[in-house]
Ligand binder design. Structure first.
Ligand code: MG
Length: 449
């Protein structure tokens, strides 16, 4: 459930429509609040949205006014900012609305370790912002501003270093960065790995003329066609800030994101078994593959910050953390960094296909049978509804990490309130459609008769 104290920020930063909830004044105040909390050198980046230049300058003004030194990283993917912050800066900010349509923009705050700011710190930042408690610097303490638009190459090199033994000579790949910041990164990464790269929506453009920033199967039809026409091994597409990657197989079929998670998990864990961290909403494929590879699943609340923080905590305990991420194309490869990374995921697909010697459609066919249904239950009383479910299914194996997850032999269901709207999300997964529908109907009969 969304933390009720948060008023401006959601699960992944603050977002809104430009000229309405989102404007330079708000972003400058976020900058002043952040600069009052985190001193030192701050890296600021942005995606390709038309409002990016106005908002990033507002962020930079707020940070400079509180005495922070700012490095303007220009246009680059969110995971590139996260990598550069971890390597060089005390904190960071990305002006992006991720997968939202072009009229939106927003801010993601990055901590010194490269992870996104967590709920506790975000609430402190919001309180400071709303009370306008800013520690503004005098003229001698003003921050300095440096422009470093080329630092993105360090990120590209860091991704390539992870796969330096992979030679993709002869592999054709189609990349669809969706006119976003990965236009300058993913095609380069794939080319340097030896691939022949064909791009679509490969020019940065904040009006997103080719498709919306959310990489949906419908929006990716031109990518699917291009994959078939060019005989590519796969197609890859990103969301608006390229922390996610989704794939199309060599036949032009969209690879469902939970299947994507499972294939990468099997690839990583078969050579490096360890802990796999994912939210309670991820497919049981993840659990089955963990069992088959001598690994162990750990479930967290929904949201990549929870996943990333758990991975770091287990690593700090000396445990082997193999893999993590969400079943939405946001994958975390801990050998590289502890955040979702679309460019890294695209490169990992090359490595996966090279090491397996199989086609992507063949690999997908090796996954166990599974059907996931997603439903909505409209309610004004989510807490009562969750309590009803908890009592009614008390004899089942319940997981209350985030909402109510009901675990049964060969199937599971999750009831979880939407953070922003008056409905409950219901996810049900089983081996067959019939089993999943029966389980879904049973739950709906009991909680909303
Ligand atoms: Mg994103």
């Amino acid at each position: 459930m969304e933390t009720p104290e948060k008023q401006l920020f959601g699960t992944n930063g603050v977002r809104g429509i430009i000229g309405e909830q989102m404007n330079p004044e708000l972003v400058m105040k976020i900058g002043m609040a952040l600069g009052s909390m985190r001193k030192g050198r701050i890296g600021v980046g942005r995606d390709t949205r038309t409002s990016g230049p106005a908002l990033s300058r507002a962020m930079i003004a707020g940070l400079l006014a509180t005495g922070c030194d700012v490095v303007d990283l220009g246009i680059l993917p969110t995971p590139a900012v996260q990598y550069l912050v971890r390597e060089h800066f005390d904190a960071g900010a990305v002006i992006t609305a991720s997968h939202n349509p072009p009229e939106y923009n927003g801010v993601k705050i990055i901590e010194g370790d490269g992870t996104e700011m967590d709920d506790t710190e975000t609430i402190l930042l919001e309180k400071r912002l709303l009370a306008e408690e800013f520690t503004l610097a005098g003229w001698k303490e003003m921050g300095t501003l440096t422009a470093c638009p080329d630092m993105v190459h360090e990120y590209i090199d860091a991704v390539l270093k992870c796969w330096k033994d992979v030679d993709a000579e002869g592999m054709t790949v189609v990349a669809d960065p969706g006119s976003g910041p990965a236009c300058e990164t993913t095609p380069r990464i794939l080319t340097k790995m030896g691939c022949r790269v064909v791009t679509i929506n490969g020019m940065m453009d904040g009006t997103f003329p080719g498709r919306m920033p959310e990489p949906t199967p419908e929006g990716l039809q031109p990518l699917c066609e291009l994959v078939r026409e060019t005989g590519a091994a796969f197609g890859v597409a990103h969301d608006g800030d390229a922390d996610r990657a989704v794939f199309v197989d060599e036949t032009g079929q969209f690879l469902e994101e939970n299947e994507q998670f499972a294939l990468f998990e099997r690839f990583i864990c078969s050579t490096t078994p360890g802990i796999v961290v994912t939210p309670v909403s991820t497919s049981f494929l993840a659990e089955q593959i963990a069992e088959n590879t001598g690994s162990a699943i750990e479930y967290t609340r929904v949201g990549s910050i929870s996943v990333a923080r758990r991975m770091l905590a287990r690593k700090a305990e000396g445990k082997v953390v193999a893999f993590g991420g969400e079943g939405n194309g946001g994958l975390i490869f801990p050998c590289h960094q502890h955040c979702r990374d679309g460019g890294m995921t695209a490169a990992a697909m090359v490595a996966l296909l090279k090491s397996s010697g199989k086609k992507l459609s063949e690999l997908r066919a090796t996954l166990p049978p599974h059907t996931m249904l997603k439903d909505k239950i409209y309610t004004d009383a989510p807490k009562e509804l969750l309590k009803t479910a908890e009592n009614a299914f008390a004899k089942d194996n319940l997981d209350l990490t985030d909402g109510v997850r009901i675990n049964r032999q060969g199937m599971w269901a999750l009831l979880r309130p939407s953070g922003t709207e008056p409905f409950m999300r219901l996810y049900v997964e089983a081996a067959t459609v019939a089993e999943a529908e029966a389980f879904r109907d049973e739950i709906k009969r009991i909680i909303s008769p």
